[in-house]
Design a protein around this ligand. Structure first.
Ligand code: AMP
Ligand code: MG
Length: 496
């Protein structure tokens, strides 16, 4: 008889979601894929599960995180949810290709959902094949880690395991499984499903679960449901402000892609802007720009309203309204603070909002690279105007120099007004204005190398680069550059 080798991974499961009634999910086994191999491993996320980096190359790791071997203690399931997609309600969605293995409890007592994305069909796959292609797993893997290291709440990514199994999309591609980690994957849409089915007692059960596990500070509060709605409103408002501040667009802000704990979740046709453009739409199937960059704050509250409707048997309507009404203020406050820091002001003063708006106006008119602008803004000196000889001058990014000079005059006056110190401010600004972001062309380079040449080194290189987005990394200077012509308007397929 074959002797089972002792597990090196030693995952310690404690599956709170699986302890809920089966109304919330279906039990399902991952469907194996042939001859899996490691594509990339993320030691930062591994540490969350107490996985030793040496384990990454073992058979056990590869077989486990492609779904070929279900670890002891796991209780694999697909969660059920609904959602508003592009404004229309879809009564039933659910994990169509993501399988939750269970929750791993680490040595600090924190529990992490371990979810395999692309691990095969589930009862919610509808017409899909339950798979993910290598291209789309690389995009999610790199971006979720990039967003994390920018200080924005998000799901994490542990690994990509590949297989040569053919997957039909527009062309034939190959399969991969992304392992995604989060405290929970419950979405706004999870609540909407039971509300739509007229099962308020299920909504209550789910709210109680989410509060117990993820908002424990509200547990004993008599108005805990109101406070829960207020808190998710606050988190969502702040998340939107953070996305806006780094120039990132989700692309598919359907309510099934909205995390109930305020994480960035479900990376599809997302994008960081290169040139500043409020109408930036990364998703080429979003013909009306519903999820354009400038629309995200508005969609955030639209989605919260959908969530609030499901809770009206638990919260008096006036209280629900009051909770939602905090959104505008939370967003404005968070955005104001982020802009204060990005512009290097030590305090918010009257007139700052106008200065910020004017800045965005000239960025748009001059097609200035958003990230480069802020990184170089730190080089401005209050006493001396930039000239053609100043290295890395912000001024060089503009076509209309007269407009820039007039703006810079106002900006310098604002800085002088608070006695700003050039060196101290530059240092402070460089800690909030990233030098390196996951530009689309960088991701595309890594994807092409991986899919065309089986060369995964670029994936690892980007992962390493994006762990320290605010640091000068002299050997990686070229990765800060705006896209070359070929990389400016890449069409990101929404198939994944
Ligand atoms: P998304 O817009 O990527 O968040 O996906 C919307 C829904 O479609 C989710 O319920 C997914 O689980 C499902 N889905 C996406 N791709 C597939 C696939 N290849 N097979 C099965 N279900 C899928
Ligand atoms: Mg989704």
């Amino acid at each position: 008889m074959q002797q089972l080798a002792k597990s090196k991974l030693n995952l310690s499961f404690d599956n709170s979601f699986a302890r809920l009634p089966e109304a919330f999910y279906r039990r399902v086994e991952p469907t194996p894929l042939p001859a899996p191999y490691l594509i990339s491993f993320n030691r930062d996320a591994a540490a969350l599960l107490d996985i030793n980096p040496d384990a990454a190359h073992t058979n056990e790791f590869i077989e486990t995180f492609i779904g070929n071997r279900v670890p002891e203690g796991a209780e694999p399931l697909a969660a059920i949810y609904a959602g508003h997609q592009f404004g229309s309600f879809v009564p039933q969605l659910g994990d169509g290709r993501a399988i939750l293995l269970g929750e791993v409890k680490n040595k600090n007592g924190a529990r992490w959902d371990v979810q395999l994305k692309g691990a095969g069909k589930t009862p919610f796959s509808r017409f899909g094949d339950g798979r993910a292609v290598l291209r789309s797993t690389i995009r999610e893997y790199l971006c979720s880690e990039a967003i994390h290291h920018l200080g924005i709440p998000t799901t994490r990514a542990l690994s990509i395991i590949g297989s040569d199994a053919p997957i039909q999309r527009e062309t034939i591609e190959t399969a991969a499984v992304l392992t995604r980690l989060a405290p929970t994957h419950v979405r706004f849409g999870s609540f909407e499903l039971f509300h739509h089915r007229n099962q308020p007692e299920r909504v209550t059960e789910l709210a109680d679960y989410v509060i117990r596990e993820h908002y424990p500070e509200l547990n004993d509060k008599p108005d805990r449901y109101t406070q829960f709605l207020t808190e998710i409103t606050r988190r969502t408002a702040r998340l939107m402000a953070q996305w806006q501040a780094v120039g990132w667009t989700h692309g598919v802000m359907n309510t099934d892609n909205m995390s109930i704990i305020g994480l960035t979740i479900d990376y599809g046709p997302y994008g960081f802007m290169d040139d500043y453009d409020p109408n930036f739409i990364p998703n080429h199937s979003d013909y009306n720009g519903r999820y354009a960059y400038s629309q995200q704050p508005r969609i955030g509250i639209w989605n919260l309203v959908c969530l609030a409707y499901t809770l009206l048997h638990l919260i008096p309507q006036a209280e629900a309204q009051a909770a939602l009404d905090t959104y505008q203020h939370e967003f404005a406050e968070a955005f104001g603070e982020l802009m204060r820091d990005k512009f290097g002001f030590s305090e918010i003063r009257e007139g700052d909002a106008g200065l910020v708006a004017k800045s965005f106006e000239i960025l748009a008119a001059n097609h200035v690279d958003y990230t480069t602008f802020f990184r170089r803004l730190g080089n401005i000196e209050t006493t001396e105007s930039e000239t053609a000889h100043t290295p890395d001058a912000v001024r060089d990014l503009f076509i209309d120099l007269a407009a820039f000079d007039a703006w810079a005059q106002t900006y310098r006056t604002r800085l002088t007004g608070e006695g700003s110190d050039d060196d101290e401010r530059r240092e402070r600004m460089n800690r909030v204005n990233p030098k390196y972001i996951l530009r689309n062309y960088l991701a595309e380079n890594a994807i092409r190398k991986a899919t065309d040449e089986r060369d995964y080194t670029e994936v690892d290189r980007l992962l390493e680069l994006l762990r320290r987005p605010f640091d000068e990394q002299s050997a990686m200077e070229t990765y800060a550059a705006p896209p070359p012509d070929w990389g400016k308007h890449l069409v990101i397929s929404c198939s994944s």
